[in-house]
Design a protein around this ligand. Structure first.
Ligand SMILES: Nc1ncnc2c1ncn2[C@@H]1O[C@H](COP(=O)(O)OP(=O)(O)OP(=O)(O)O)[C@@H](O)[C@H]1O
Ligand SMILES: [Mg+2]
Length: 345
């Protein structure tokens, strides 16, 4: 990755001055030319939500009005797009995150957590008058997580805050459906510049229907699938595929996932057997690893198998990010489970 240097003092320019310069250039110069001039390039851009997670492990989830001792606690950054980028970074991919935090201690921790993982944060804006998103997560002995969250009051990114040149130069744009206005703008830019788009559909919300026709790879939760379809899984996949994606996957936690490809083939990928300590962020990690397969041009069944392996390994420790595996760990794990493969229907 290159950078800008001041012509007078020869010092490397900080992120703020680079952003001002890019904003100026964005208005006057074609994005791809800016990329060629600056050589600022990230393989994957993630745009969406980031939060600070307060996690605790209990033996059993308490009944109403009871107390429970926490065996272990952890404070760690979270959020679907943000944690997907951490996954890619651990796998060795260059990433940058676009989102917004509030002007508070939590926002600082969110940024520090991403930067410590090698995720670039030049596009992580701070709302001076707002607060960051937080989540309180209780994990039981079986690894099930119960999440309470507060949206925070930081305003979502506006479409004009989306850096055209960064997106035009990337290979993949990953969205989590939050930050709707900016996501739509970013997906449109990605389409114009041939950048592959991926959507993590957690909940079908305002703006999702407009976003879907701009998505190449759609990976959604069971909740999202139930919101759009009925009980028949294949019908729901087919319905979602009609928006124009090349592949649609629905994930079902420990029950694995099912994928329908644009050509019509359909397969199940069972979840890998693990003694899960914490399933927080399994979906986020699945998405990050899925994007890794896209970058490698692997066939989709192999990509989904790799994603399922990374997500399973993630469950080894408390926190959405703690146990996200490296490439070597994932390959060794896949080697131990050679027989667990996609099952075509
Ligand atoms: N207990 C588990 N054991 C092994 N693999 C799991 C387990 N839970 C989830 N996974 C893997 O992670 C994938 C995604 O999980 P899940 O369907 O829970 O995502 P999600 O609904 O998007 O949740 P979230 O976004 O909150 O992490 C599953 O398809 C599976 O491959
Ligand atoms: Mg999810």
């Amino acid at each position: 990755m290159g950078g800008f240097f001041c012509l007078r003092c020869k010092e490397r320019l900080g992120a703020e001055r680079i952003n001002t310069l890019l904003e100026f250039l964005n208005r006057r110069v074609p994005p791809i030319l800016i990329y060629k001039m600056t050589k600022i390039h990230f393989d994957v851009i993630g745009l969406g939500q980031c939060s600070l997670d307060f996690l605790g492990r209990v033996q059993a989830y308490p009944k109403l009005d009871q107390k429970a001792e926490l065996n272990e606690t952890l404070i760690q950054g979270g959020g679907p797009a943000a944690t997907a980028l951490v996954t890619l970074s651990r796998l060795g991919v260059s990433t940058t995150f676009l989102g917004r935090v509030g002007n508070d201690e939590h926002g600082v921790k969110i940024r520090d957590g991403l930067e410590a993982e090698g995720v670039d944060c030049r596009g992580l804006a701070v709302d001076q008058d707002g607060s960051s998103q937080v989540a309180f997560i209780v994990v039981d002995a079986a690894g099930h997580r119960t999440i309470f969250w507060h949206r925070g009051s930081a305003r979502p990114l506006a479409d004009r805050q989306v850096d055209v040149s960064l997106i035009a130069a990337a290979s993949v744009l990953h969205l989590d459906g939050l930050q709707v206005e900016a996501s739509l703008a970013a997906a449109q830019i990605a389409r114009e510049h041939g950048v592959v788009t991926v959507l993590d559909g957690g909940t079908f919300r305002d703006g999702t229907a407009e976003l879907l026709p701009l998505i190449d790879h759609l990976v959604v939760s069971e909740k999202f699938a139930r919101q759009v379809g009925g009980d028949d899984l294949h019908d729901t996949l087919a319905l979602l595929l009609q928006y124009g994606a090349k592949a649609v996957t629905i994930t079902f936690g420990a029950q694995g996932s099912q994928t329908l490809l644009a050509g019509g083939s359909c397969f199940n990928m069972p979840a890998f057997p693990v003694d899960a300590i914490d399933t927080t962020g399994c979906g986020d990690v699945f998405h990050g690893a899925y994007i890794y397969g896209l970058l490698k041009n692997w066939p989709i069944p192999e990509t989904v198998r790799f994603a399922a392996a990374c997500a399973a390994l993630k469950t080894r420790a408390l926190g959405g990010r703690t146990a996200i595996p490296t490439l070597v760990e994932t390959q060794a794990f896949l080697g131990k489970h050679r027989d667990l493969r996609p099952v075509f229907l």
